[in-house]
Write a protein that binds this ligand. Sequence first.
Ligand SMILES: [Fe+2]
Length: 306
Amino acid sequence: MVTRIGHIALNVADLDRAVDFQEQVVGLTEVERTAGVAYLTCNDRHHELILVQDGSNRGYDHLAMQVEDAAALERAKSALPAAGATLLGGVYDGEPGIDRALKVLSPGGHVYKLFCGMETVDVPLRDGRPTHFEHVSTKVWNHRAEDRFLEAMGFRNADRMGVLASWWHCDDDHHGIALTRAPKAELSHYAYAFPDLNALGRVADRLRAHRGRKCIWGPSRHGPGNNHFLYLHDEDGAMVECCSELAQMREGYEPKTWSMHPGTINQWGGPPPPRFLLTGFPIARPTPGRPSWASSPGRTPAGAEA
Ligand SMILES: [Fe+2]
């Protein structure tokens, strides 16, 4: 069902400052701005990030996952409720750049938007940019129920760390979603893939140069996924992970169970700092009905239902 990770939509307090951060520090490019919503990319896809001007509703709006086609969305309407999810709406909510979508609430309380179709764009891209939106990491209290929901979306287990964390993939990347057991549902972080470790250093340089800030943790290398990592806060306090060399899944990969030891997630150094462990970005309150930002006159794609 899910064939690749799509993007994340984040509510932000100051849209101009948030866009500037993503462009100057992370290396994204704004493609379109409609009704207080900015769409940014780092490749030829219309968007790899959505920023929504909404200072009164701090949190992320949705985690977007791409599926094969409209038939897959139809299958999801029965398969996901059977796995404990609640349907929140479809078929098309006005988001530019995509064909149609289905929004669901996971048993762990996270908001997913499954979509199909993604417009391509040809815009000038920045030096030092990421290659693609890579993964999201969520905190959940009912870890096992969320595991089953991810399986219903078509994810396969990559690794586990005892009962504390699990990593899930839908394509060659070792993980597109990671789950961590926690007292309440929050976003731990969202992640971009970069070409190499040097590119992560450039992000740290730009964070210092443009914001006078330092990173939260890294650079170092995780155990599960074997990727380099560098964590920083974005303009609204959500945590961004910059990655390189994420393990690629190949035929015959056997899921591993890692020990519940801090060294598991840091192959080079010490345990994660409190700022990493304690950062949680909330889930925005659902906007009643058709959200105000989801209107883009003239962009309703062919074949979409009203
Ligand atoms: Fe991560």
